[in-house]
Design a protein around this ligand. Structure first.
Ligand code: ZN
Length: 355
């Protein structure tokens, strides 16, 4: 083979190889061309062998240079095209993964639990009336939970509550009233005006009772606190929580820690107190919410028993006070017509999303 022949073959083959490499559209096709033209059996390898057979040193030099140039040119063309194919592939993958025309996926936002909303509303109203927040332990001494509230060990009133006892002297508090005693002892000087909020526990479980539930209690002790103050406070309270047309009715009752004691009824906000009509209409045309009585039992209240004031370190000859307690779950159930207390604690989003 002569130098001229080698030169000719190189020229033809390089052109062929360039167009073959350029025509490849996938990495596989490109690799196939590379092996064909630049591999062991490719023309370049053949050309390198032919160089050694040339007659003169000058021809060998000349031919070697040509072969090396062709080799470099093809490898660069191969690298460039490989990069183009990979870039196109990346772009195609991105386009597939990120379809910017699709609607966005909305992330779920948390919000307050209906019981928290209700408790916040109650505490807001009490706060605006001057009641300061007070808190106490959920695991409570028997003394604060019972004894200081006029329920000594043998008192029959203790039977009214199904208590979770930790041991003989320690209980899960059955109401937020022990916080009243703690507040009186801690603040010591009137006026004492506190709103106690928190979890309480009773061994009770059905559609209107949960072994754990929430109470808010109000306590006001000062030199001239009267039963009229209690009634006025309750009236303002129900108007703010249940609407301006709400009324309260007080019925005589008994609690060991208040004297006199009352059950507080709220005029039915569904039938307007008429007992018929309204949104909670039963098949018989009577209001189901108030069972056609026009009134809904809403909380307990009364004037603080002088003995309880004494347990709280206060002088019942100089001071009087009132107290009331309300169940947060009860208010929430009434407000939104929730039929089963357990729904609040099941954490079912379908339920919770509605508030
Ligand atoms: Zn009614």
């Amino acid at each position: 083979m002569t130098l001229a022949e080698i030169e000719q073959i190189l020229q033809r083959s390089v052109d062929q190889a360039l167009s073959a490499l350029g025509a490849a559209t996938t990495a596989d096709e490109l690799e196939h061309s590379r092996v064909h033209y630049l591999g062991q059996k490719g023309f370049l390898t053949q050309a390198k062998k032919s160089v050694g057979q040339l007659a003169t040193v000058d021809d060998k030099k000349q031919a070697g240079k040509l072969v090396n140039e062709a080799d470099a040119r093809l490898r660069k063309a191969y690298d460039d095209h490989k990069e183009r194919i990979e870039a196109a592939l990346r772009e195609a993958e991105l386009a597939e993964r990120w379809d910017v025309t699709l609607p966005g996926r909305r992330s779920l936002r948390g919000k307050r639990h209906p019981l928290t909303m209700t408790a916040d509303d109650i505490l807001d109203v009490l706060g605006s009336l001057g009641f300061m927040r007070a808190e106490g332990p959920e695991i409570e001494h028997d003394w604060y939970n019972f004894e200081a509230l006029n329920m000594p060990r043998e008192h029959p009133a203790r039977d009214m509550q199904d208590t979770f006892y930790i041991d003989d002297d320690v209980v899960l508090r059955t109401h937020t009233s022990p916080v009243q005693v703690r507040a009186m002892l801690a603040l010591a000087r009137p006026p004492i005006r506190v709103a106690c909020y928190g979890r309480v526990y009773r061994n009770d479980h059905d559609i209107t009772h949960s072994p754990m539930f929430h109470q808010v209690e109000g306590l006001y002790v000062d030199e001239t606190v009267t039963f009229g103050d209690l009634k006025g406070t309750l009236q303002v309270f129900v108007e703010r929580i249940f609407g301006a047309r709400s009324k309260v009715r007080l019925r005589p009752s008994f609690f060991p820690f208040t004297e006199p004691s009352v059950e507080v009824d709220l005029s039915c906000f569904s039938c307007g107190g008429s007992g018929s009509g309204g949104a909670a209409l039963g098949d018989d045309g009577r209001c189901r919410l108030c069972k056609a009585t026009g009134w809904i039992e809403i909380m307990g209240a009364g004037m603080v028993d002088p003995e309880v004031l004494r347990f709280g370190g206060l002088d019942p000859d100089k001071l009087t006070g009132f107290a009331f307690g309300i169940g947060v779950e009860r208010v929430a159930m009434l407000r939104w017509g929730v039929p089963d207390i357990r729904l609040f604690f099941e954490n079912d989003r379908r339920f919770l999303q509605q508030f």
